[in-house]
Structures are given as C-alpha cells and as structure tokens.
Write a protein that binds this ligand. Sequence first.
Ligand code: TXA
Ligand code: MG
Length: 326
Amino acid sequence: MGSLAEIIPQLRDRLPDVAPAVDALRAGLLVGVPTETVYGVAADASNPDAVARIFAAKQRPASNPLIVHTASSDDAGRLGNLGKRGEYLAEAFWPGALTIVAERIGEGRITDLVTAGLATIAIRVPAHPVMQALLIDFGSPIAAPSANRSGRISATAAEHVAADLGSDVAVILDAGPAPLGLESTIVSVVDTPRLLRPGAIVPEAIEEALGMRLAIAGRSELPEAPGMLSSHYAPSVPLRINAAAVRKGESLLAFGSNLPVGAATAVSIVNLSAEGDLVEAAANLFSSLRRLDQIGVPIAVAPIPANGLGLAINDRLRRASAPRQL
Ligand code: TXA
Ligand code: MG
C-alpha cells in the first residue's frame, strides 16, 4: 500500500461516513475502526489475502488468532457454538465489550488464518455506532485485532492508528477517543466458562450473568489466548509498576491524589485519574502510556487498586513491564 491512510473525520455530532471503509473492505484493504473498547485494524474475515495483510501490518505471529466482529448475536451464533452459557452472556453483554471464545462452526465462512487453525473462534458484537454501521453496511463478519503493532500499546484514538499503521490501512474512521479504553473481556465457553483475558467488563458482572464462578485461564493451559503469553502493551522505554517512589530520571504515571514519594522531581507526570476513578483510569491508560513513551525516559507507575477494572488495568501494566523478548 505505501501511501498514508485517508482519515474520515467525525464532524460535530455527525459520525464519520462508513462508505469509504465499506469500499476498502470489499477491495480487500485494511481499515482503522473505532470500537467502544479500543480502535481495531479491520479486514474482511472471509478474505485470506485481506486477513494476511493484518498480520503483516501488525507484524503479528500467525499463531495468534483474531477476534471476529459481527453485527448481531444471531450472526455470531452462525460462526461459533455459543451453547446455553454463551447465549446468556450474549444476552447480557452484546452488543458490548465481551468477546466469547466458542467451538468454531460454519466452516468456510471465515478464513482459517483468522482462527490460526484452532477449532475455536473468538467472536464479539461491538456496540460502537460506527462499527455497527460498518458491520451492517458491509454485511459480513469483520476480523479486527487492536490497531497497534504487535506487542505495543493499544490504539485508543485515530491518531494512534495513523502513527502505528498509517501506511498499511486505506482508511481510518475517526470517532474520537475510544470510550472504554481497554480491550474486551474474553471468556471461553468451550467447556467450563473461563476468563481468558480481563478487560472492560469486570468478571463479577460476568459471573452474575452466568450464575456461576468463572475459572481463570492458568499458565498450564496454554495456548488459550495466545496473544496473552508474552510481553505486550509495551512502551519503548522501561516501565516499573507498583512504584512507591519515583527514581531520578523517571516520569510518573500516577493514580489518585496521593502521589508517590519523589513525584515532585519526576520528569513528567500524567495522572490516570486524579479522583482515583478506575473507569476514568481505564479510558486514559493507553493514551497516557503513549504520551509518557514519547518523553523517552523510564516510566514509574503508581500502585493501582486491583478491584473492579483495576484487575484489567494491572494486567496490562504487568505485561507492559514484562521483560522484552526482542
Ligand atoms: O476490544 C477488543 O477485543 C479489540 C477490539 C478491536 O475488538 N480487539 C482486540 O483484539 O483486542 P486483539 O487481537 O488485540 O486481541 C485478541 C485476543 C488475543 O489475545 C488472541 O490470542 C485472543 O484474543 N484470541 C483470539 N481468538 C482466540 C481463540 N480462538 N481462542 C483463544 N484466544 C483467542
Ligand atoms: Mg491487541
């Protein structure tokens, strides 16, 4: 592709026109799309060449499968065997920030590259009006991982997509900052319901909808969510979590009004939520990491409570701080 993406803006209260994105998808090209969780890089899930472009653009290993997005739960049910439990979850959370991993059905509709050859498929019905409009007008399932280079910080704004993948996507639909800012929660219903990735929907809500406890995917059960294995969400500078004090030469990712010792000498401070609100912190997480990454000095991250959305926030920060494999 080579040239830079055309960014289709949101004008005042009017959402961006999805028609150029539909044309691009039909032509087998990639599109940057807003969802309520994070921005995705989207392709026609039935087109092997288009899906291969996602893996190439992200430099994503072909062993790491993609989420398939559909306009409705009915469409999703034609791709995966949701079963009774999956249907409860669909009823409770779709359209929304939940991805369900189910036994794959409907052979042939989705190109095998999407599922990395697994017998299961990850499916989501997103709620974002622009993504919904795109799915309806395109009329077929859309494969879309987060619109960042593999292993790096997820994209929560059109500018992030342009910065990471601008020369690989034909069009970016700009709908402003992603409202939730964290990826979907992934639950497998292949057998006992299992949390594969904490995300924008807290596990307690899922347990309530299911009327049962969720199992947590363990290290021994790999590769259940192959993308969760390695250092991920990583800025280019080192990142240190649960920092009680800021060291010389570090910038600070703060949370709440109680700043760590030495905050006054931090190279730069970004606060995820001065009020200590985890919903606000989730929405700000990836854009804050990108801002601090640009400053170019190591990042100290203040402790963040582990309850509610704090589970997913801490999960992302742990992966961001993990030793790099590069
Ligand atoms: O919020 C989201 O989920 C965003 C938006 C764009 O929908 N998408 C997203 O996709 O986060 P991605 O590719 O960055 O993360 C998808 C995760 C990966 O960890 C992948 O390994 C896992 O889902 N996954 C996909 N198919 C799977 C399957 N069949 N079984 C287990 N895990 C799967
Ligand atoms: Mg991702």
